[in-house]
Design a protein around this ligand. Structure first.
Ligand code: SAM
Ligand code: 2KA
Ligand code: SF4
Ligand code: MG
Length: 210
């Protein structure tokens, strides 16, 4: 395959830069505790300084993989598929999710929402980032809003994001992992004072699973 042929297939979402895939328990947000197969797509230029998967950022480091092979493999593990990254919406998710849905699977996405929303999703977890804000469309369609709390200003940012989501969207505050000792007490107080919010923890890190 020539470079330009490969690029064309990537542009169409028929190839995706696959970083890793693993069967685990969804650790965060509304579906925490649920067994799910994770598909981690490489490539992200949002640049969160506390990102816990910086190895995902450079798409070129992750092998372009046939979307139908990703789907055929995922089907062996779980009915619930979480697509994450990297930033999955840097790629056209139409092919991947059409194929997953055609096989009766539940499609969940973890996204910053900074790029055009593509794909058919049963669950959208929107985690907005100050450096590259979500699109209008993803605010309308998100099922949960998961704001990361690294410092006190992140509460203000979280409220600003919550003002833009649809009325059914479930609101979560999740401590940034390295700041959890400092920020968990702040989050607890904040949620008790503002009970429209719920707490989300990265429970997989406490369970020592991927
Ligand atoms: C690695 S990101 C990949 C998906 C997408 N780029 C995004 O940010 O939503 C998956 C989830 O982990 C969260 N996350 C990343 N680094 C974190 C950290 N150090 N502490 C807590 N949550 C983190 C993100 O906000 C996001 O909700
Ligand atoms: N167990 C587990 N749950 C998760 N929920 C969101 C994750 C992500 O990195 O997108 C993640 C992850 O990496 N592992
Ligand atoms: S948007 Fe997601 S993958 Fe990209 S740097 Fe931020 S947390 Fe990491
Ligand atoms: Mg993670």
């Amino acid at each position: 395959m020539t470079r330009s042929e490969r690029q064309e297939l990537l542009d169409k979402g028929l190839l995706l830069p696959l970083m890793e895939e693993f069967y685990t328990i969804q650790g965060e947000g509304y579906h925490k505790g649920t067994a799910a197969y994770f598909i981690r797509i490489g490539g992200c230029d949002v640049g969160c300084h506390w990102c816990d998967v910086k190895e995902s950022w450079l798409a070129e480091l992750h092998p372009p993989t046939e979307t139908d092979k990703i789907v055929a493999n995922a089907e062996k593990y779980s009915k619930t598929i979480v697509v994450t990254g990297g930033e999955p919406l840097m790629w056209d998710m139409t092919q991947l999710t059409n194929q997953l849905k055609a096989r009766g699977m539940q499609t969940h996405i973890e996204t910053s929402g900074a790029y055009k929303l593509t794909g058919t999703w049963d669950w959208i977890c929107l985690s907005p980032k100050k450096l590259k804000l979500p699109t209008e469309e993803v605010f309308k369609k998100a099922h949960e809003l998961k704001c990361i709390i690294f410092n006190k200003d992140d509460f203000r940012f979280a409220e600003e994001q919550a003002a833009q989501v649809n009325k059914d969207c479930i609101l979560y505050l999740q401590p940034e992992w390295s700041k959890r000792e400092k920020m968990v007490p702040e989050i607890v107080d904040y949620v008790m004072a503002n009970p429209k919010w719920k707490v989300s923890l990265q429970t997989h890190k406490y369970l020592n699973i991927p």
